[in-house]
Design a protein around this ligand. Structure first.
Ligand code: SF4
Length: 384
């Protein structure tokens, strides 16, 4: 139950170096969203309901390289939207791996994977991270389209046959059945995937379906029930730290470390995290230095109350592993506790109420797009 060894060593030595340098906050995984356009419209997605002008925007090759360079995280997770719709993505991936020595997770719904596979090369530093939220019935329901599961499974098999690393990236919502989730993990391991990334869904303000997100108590109960089934000798390989999984099972009470997974998208650097959009910074340094981090997190802010998402808490788990290696080793050796009482959760008594600020950056971006269009029009008129 752990991340692949090669990546664990790379990330582990980076984290130890940050500790030795005395850095309080540092990034682990850059969440790069080079576009929001997608070829699906999933009910739980908070990323795709922007105006067409925003959906048509792309992060350029240079912007992507600059973002990774400025941030310095050893891992880049490329998400979206559907990244395979971005025409320059093969160049971005190639240069991030070969010029900057980053490990890449390319998140995709796999609808275009077979068609675009030849544009990418198998490498120990490149992993397809295929979105699958469960077996056929659950996944097709989650993505609101029939037949997507079968296409994704076919693409996974072809990618494995071509020599690629393949990871499954799944999000569980309220109503997930532990037995079915455990069988799904068995199925994907039987497909030969290299790892599973699992997370409870975050209740995005922009998601069309607000009814089926998990709260923290339900999340912990669900993951305990799933891990209980895994403790009987099933061999599930997760691409996450064991301590994050222990946190999902209610055995750790972490505060989030959103700066560990900073997000760069077409608006800029998203504040404070991948999940909340409460303003944007122009640079990574500005994000780190001017975000009031203490205003966010469980117990601090109403919008964070139910969050246990990997992009918010994997960094906390990694930090805990480095600080308390014996505790982490014990969990690795004994397996995740599923029977003893859970640790008390962080109190929500003093959290500040939610502020609804999510549309101001959209209005600003629309204004800039229209200004740019007017400038081009005036330039053309002057040239005629
Ligand atoms: S708890 Fe942390 S990671 Fe989760 S939404 Fe709040 S700030 Fe983001």
């Amino acid at each position: 139950m752990s991340v692949p060894l090669r990546q664990a060593i790379r990330v582990g030595s980076y984290v130890v170096k940050q500790h030795l340098l005395g850095r309080k906050r540092y990034p682990l995984v850059l969440m790069l969203e080079p576009l929001f356009r997608c070829n699906l419209a999933c009910a739980g997605c908070g990323k795709i309901d922007y105006p067409a002008e925003i959906l048509n925007k792309r992060i350029s090759v240079q912007e992507a390289l600059d973002a990774a360079n400025e941030c310095g995280a050893p891992v880049v997770s490329i998400a979206g939207g559907e990244p395979l719709l971005h025409k320059e993505l093969p160049e971005i991936v190639d240069r991030l791996i070969n010029e900057q020595k980053r490990s890449i997770y390319l998140c995709t719904n796999a609808l275009l994977l077979e068609k675009k596979m030849d544009l990418y090369k198998p490498s120990p530093y490149f992993t397809w991270s295929v979105h699958l939220d469960g077996s056929k019935a659950e996944h097709d329901k989650s993505v609101c389209q029939e037949g997507v599961y079968e296409q994704a499974v076919e693409a996974i098999k072809k990618a494995k046959a071509a020599g690629f690393n393949v990871n499954i990236n799944c999000t569980f919502f309220d109503g997930t059945d532990a037995d079915r989730a455990a069988s799904f993990f068995d199925d994907v391991m039987a497909m030969g995937v290299d790892g599973i990334t699992v997370s409870p869904g975050y209740a995005y303000e922009r998601a069309p379906d607000q009814q089926h997100f998990l709260n923290r108590k339900k999340t912990k109960d669900l993951f305990r029930a799933i891990f209980r089934k895994g403790n009987g000798g099933r061999r599930w390989q997760f691409s996450q730290s064991t301590m994050f999984l222990d946190f999902l099972a209610g055995n750790q009470a972490y505060h989030c470390t959103p700066w560990a997974n900073p997000t760069r998208n077409v608006f800029g650097w998203q504040r404070p995290c991948y999940l909340l959009g409460e303003g944007y910074a122009k640079t990574f340094t500005e994000l780190m230095e001017t975000t009031d981090w203490d205003k966010y997190g469980v117990g601090n802010y109403e919008k964070c109350a139910d969050c246990m998402v990997h992009s918010g808490f994997e960094g906390s788990a990694v930090k805990d592993t480095i600080r308390n290696p014996l505790k982490a080793l014990k969990v690795v050796m004994k397996g995740i506790e599923t029977e003893k009482p859970m640790v008390p959760d962080i109190s929500l008594d003093k959290q500040r109420p939610a502020e609804y600020v999510f549309s101001s950056h959209v209005e600003k971006a629309m204004h800039e797009i229209h200004e740019e269009k007017d400038r081009l029009k005036q330039g053309r008129a002057a040239a005629e």
